[in-house]
Design a protein around this ligand. Sequence first.
Ligand code: NOJ
Length: 781
Amino acid sequence: MLFVPFCGYISGEMRKKVAACLAVIALLGQPVTSRPRESQQSLDRRVEALLSQMTVEEKVGQLNQLFYFTKFMKPEMVEPGIREGKIGSLLFLTDPVLINRFQKVAVENSRLKIPLLFGFDVIHGFRTIFPVPLAMASSWDPALVEQVQGVAASEARAVGVHWTFAPMIDIARDPRWGRIVEGAGEDPFLGSRMAAAQVRGFQGPDPASPGHVLACMKHFAGYGAGSGGRDYDSAYIPDAELYNVYLPPFKAAVDAGVGSAMSAYMDLNDVPATGNAFLLRDVLRRQWGFKGFVVSDANAVGNLVTHGFAEDKSDAAYRALTAGVDLEMSIPTDPIANAYATSLAKLVQEGRVTKAQLDEAVRRILEAKFKLGLFDNPYVDESRVASIHNNPEHRRLARVAAQRSMVLLRNEGNLLPLVKGDSKISSVAVIGPLADSKRDIRGSWSFVDDVNSAVTVLEGIRAKVGTSVKVEYAAGVDIGRVYPSMFDIMTGPRPKPWSEPQQRAEFEKAVSFARSSDVVILVLGEHEEMSGEAASKSTIELPGQQLELLKTISGLGKPVVLVLINGRPLEISRAASNISTILEAWHPGTEGGNAVADILYGDATPGGKLPLTWPRSSAQIPIYYAHNITQEPETKKGFTSRYWDIPSSPLYPFGYGLSYTTFSFSNLRVSKPELRVGESTEVLVDVENTGRRAGDEVAQLYIHQRYGSASRPVRELKGFERITLAPGQKRTVRFTLGKAELTYWSAAVKGWVQEPAVFDVWAGADATASLTTTFRVVGAK
Ligand code: NOJ
C-alpha cells in the first residue's frame, strides 16, 4: 500500500504543494510501503521466545536507559555495557554515525543481539524548528499540529531516533511555570485535541512506518500543578480536578494509540508520580487499558530517595517497578542514577521483586522494539539524512505553522497590516533585544537545528520590504538574567551582560532610530531558555530593562507595533494601554522572522487564539476561565472585583485573538432542546466574515451545567473549529454534544456521571462569547 506522508490539512494551495512534494520525496527516497502489521499473537510468540533465553541481568539491561551526551562522553563509556546487554536504550544521541556504531555493538556483538532503542526530545521540530507547542496550540488547528509533528518525526527518524519524549500534555494554569511553553495551555478540551493530534503526527499509522517515531506522553501526571509555579514542586490536586482537568489529555493520547508514557518528577498528593501505583496502574492500565510502556523521567527513580519516599536506591527501584515504571532513564554520571541497574537483579534474587514483575516490564520494552521493526531493520541509512533534512517543504510548513499560531492581541486604529510600497512608510526602526536573535526565535528544546539558519524578525522584515525602505535596528537593552540555565551546557552560555556605558549607548541608539523612523517594530519578550524546564519565574514581568524601553519608545508619538517573542504570557498591561498594536508571535521557530513579516505586511492574516487566560499581572495567578461560580458571580449586578486593587477579569480571555477582518456569530440553535441522558444534540451557529479581507475565525462552543451533584465551571470549552471565510461569506458550523462532552467526574459521587440538568450553551470567538441558548437533559427512560 502506498503511504504518502503528511498529505495534510494546511489550507488550500499550500497543502497541495506540500503534500505533492512530500509524496515525490517519499517515492524517490525511501521505502514507501509500511510493513504489514504483525499479529499480536505472532508478536507475543517472538517476545516470549526471546524472554525465555534471557538471564536476569540481561532483562535488567533492557530496563536501563542512559543519556549519552556527545559533547562530553566517549563511546568507550557505553560500548562495554551495550555488548554485555546491560543497556537497553540511549537518549540524546542524534549523530547517525554514532547511532549505527552503538547499534552494531548491540545487534552484532551482544549475546542476544537485541537492538537499542534511541530516544530524543523532539518537542517542536528537529532540524527544522516549528513554533513551540504553546504556539502550536494557539493555532487551534489539530490537523496542522499533526502535520508538523509528522515532519519533526521524519527528521528525527532520519538520523536513527526511534522515539520522542513528546507530546508534553500537562495542563498548566500558572504561567510562572516555565514548562507552560511545552504544552497546550490551560484547557483540557483543547489540550486533548492537541495531544491526540501530536500522537497521530509522530506515530503516523504505525510508529514503524517510514519517517515516524514512537510517541511518549508526558509527564504523567499533574506536573503542571506544581506549587507556586515552581518547577518540580509538589502538586496537590483533588480527584475531581485530576479527572476533569489534568488527566483528559493523557486519556486522549492513550485513545490515539500513544506507545509510551513518562512518569512525572513531582509528588502528586504526597506520592511521587514515579512511585505512584494509583496513577500508573489504576488509572493508566486498569481504567484506560494502556498497553505501551512507561519510562521514568531522568533520574526520577533514584530521586524517590531524595523525595523522602524510598529508603534507599534499592527500595526506589522496588517502588518504581512495582508501581509501574518499566524503563529507568538515568543520567549516568549522577550518584542517584541507575537504580534498576544496580538493584533489580538482587531484588529478584531476594524475592522482593518477582520474576513475573520483572518479565512484565521487559516484555513491554521488547514488544516496543519489535513493533518499531528494530529487529528487522536496526540501522539508519546515513546517506539519506541530508536530503530529508534539507527538504524545503519542511521550512515552508514551518512558516505556515508560525503564521497560523500567532495571535493578534491589539490592532486599534488598524495600523496592521502595513502596506508594502506605502509611500508614508519609508523607514522602519526594528528595536528590541529579541529583534535579531536567532537563538531566541526558536524556543527551548532546540538542540539539533542549525541556529544560523533561523530567520529573525529583523531579517524577515528586511527580506519583505527590500531596499526601498530604510530598516534600522538597535537592541536597545540587554535582557540579562539572574541565574544561569541548566541548558547552557548544551547551547553555550549567553554573552556577557553589557557594561553601563554600552547600555546607555544602545538605549540612546534605539530611541534615536525610533524617533527618526515612520514606524517602530518593537520586539520584546524572553530568552528561549527563560521558559522550558527549570525555568520558572516568580513573576511574569518583562525581564530586564525592557519595560523602560517600552515606556520610552511608546512615548515618542510614533506608530509602534509590539511583537512579543516568549513562551508564556507576560505582564503587558502598560503596553496594552500605551501601544495600540500588539502581536503575540511566541517562539515561532526557524521561519519565525519571515512569518512575523508575513503577518505584519498582510501576506498572512492572523487567526491564532490564546490557549490560556492572559493575566493583567502576576498577582492574578492562577487565573483560568473555567472556574466555578462563587456566590458573588462576575455577572451579578454591582459586582466589582475579587480583589480590592485590580479587576478580576484577565487582560485577554481564553480563546481570544483578532484578525484583519471581522466576524459575526448568529443563529445559535440546538437540534434537540431536550434530550435524554446518553443522547446527543447538534449545536449549530452561523459565522460570517463581515469585513473586507479573507480570514480565519475559530468558532468556539462553551457549555455550563446549571446544577448537579457538584458545581460545574462557569464555562467549559466543548467544541471548536478554525474556518476560513472570504469577505461576506457565511458558514454554519456544527458541533455535537453527547455523552462524552456532558459527563464529568463528580466529587460527590466519586465517579463519572452524566446528570439531568439544564445546560447553557455559548458560541463565539472566545470564552466571553455572548450568543447563548439552552437545552435540557432529562433522565434516561
Ligand atoms: C527531563 C524532562 O523533564 C523530560 O521532559 C525530558 O524528556 C527528559 N529530561 C529527557 O530529556
